[in-house]
Write a protein of this length. Structure first.
Length: 330
């Protein structure tokens, strides 16, 4: 029995999907938060008096904060000098300066209050935006344009099936239908992804508020969530495209009369189950190693006892699976 060339999932297949997912995340979630932070930034606070003390300037910028009778933050020599001049006492263990509110000069206390008012405003605005985004993520469906991906997967299939004498072309209408189905199937994972990230941002912003409304921390929260979204977008695009490709190949080969395939793993340590897993983890992870080089039919999926969470599937259809099918022809 002869074999056909396997078709491996390539980055070029899902790179456009990944780009679109990142754009959705940034446009719907990250960019509005950045705009709020810029609007409420302490840098927008005007310092009327050029002779304002280093301590006052630090309080206005958020570099130093005053709360519960304590000054905390980053202390330069000039700031320390100002703190000592108004009678603040350094607390070594807490790395803070203590001074009762009644003893804090009005100009200094005013600077602290102005910063806190602005910082609270930013947190309140972000919370309102996250509430809006959560509602939007629930009621709206985000679609991606998958036509380019379908065309690339189809071109890969035709190259894989080059030895077949019968190779019916996929029509333009067929490509658009597949792209629409892919986009529809991806809408729910996108919605779940956005909701998950919104909930995490909510918690991070809440904790930052409880810790003193630090603007620098707020900026880092949004930046880090944006960085996380990049890797998540790639994972989601790869996972869904790999699933599409596996199902597409199965149907196309059935259409041209190919019934059998040989399972082939990536033949490395990442093939599930990975080394070092417990017995329970190995059962949950599935065992693709034992499937390597075994023959199956496209009509009957691989035995469920070998798949993760007991779900039967072909190569590439399981969660993050890198295995491929090698079609067999008589």
């Amino acid at each position: 029995m002869r074999t056909l060339r396997p078709q491996h999932l390539q980055d070029s297949y899902f790179s456009d999907i990944e780009r679109q997912l990142r754009a959705i995340f940034f446009e719907e979630l990250i960019e509005p938060l950045i705009a709020i932070i810029k609007e409420h930034s302490p840098l927008n606070l005007k310092i009327e008096n050029a002779t304002t003390s280093a301590l006052t300037r630090a309080l206005l910028s958020g570099r130093v904060q005053y709360k519960d009778n304590k000054f905390t933050g980053e202390f330069s020599a000039a700031i320390v000098k100002d703190l000592r001049s108004i009678g603040a006492v350094f607390l070594k263990r807490q790395k803070a300066y203590r001074l009762a509110q009644a003893l804090v000069p009005t100009v200094v206390l005013d600077a602290a209050i102005r910063y806190e008012f602005r910082a609270k405003g930013a947190h309140d605005a972000i919370e309102a935006e996250l509430n809006r985004a959560m509602h939007y993520a629930i009621v709206d469906t985000h679609h991606v344009d998958a036509l380019s991906m379908v065309s690339k997967v189809d071109a890969g299939w035709r190259a894989s099936a080059a030895r077949l004498e019968v190779k019916p072309e996929l029509t333009v209408v067929g490509k658009h239908r597949l792209a629409a189905n892919y986009s529809e199937a991806l809408s729910l994972p996108i919605k779940n992804w956005l909701q998950e990230q919104i909930l995490k941002l909510r918690q991070d912003v809440k904790e930052n508020a409880e810790a003193g409304y630090r603007f620098d921390s707020l900026i880092n929260i949004v930046r880090q969530r944006g960085n996380v979204s990049k890797s998540k977008a790639k994972f989601l695009a790869r996972q869904e495209t790999g699933l599409f490709m596996a199902q597409y190949r199965r149907q196309r080969f059935l259409d041209v009369g190919v019934r059998k395939y040989r399972w082939s793993t990536s033949h490395d340590v990442r093939v599930r189950p990975e080394p070092g897993l417990s017995a329970a983890e190995r059962i949950h992870a599935g065992n693709h190693r034992i499937l390597d080089q075994q023959e199956f039919t496209y009509e009957n999926k691989a035995p469920a006892r070998y798949m993760s969470i007991g779900k039967p599937c072909n190569p590439g259809e399981d969660y993050n699976c890198r295995c491929v099918d090698i079609p067999l022809i008589a």
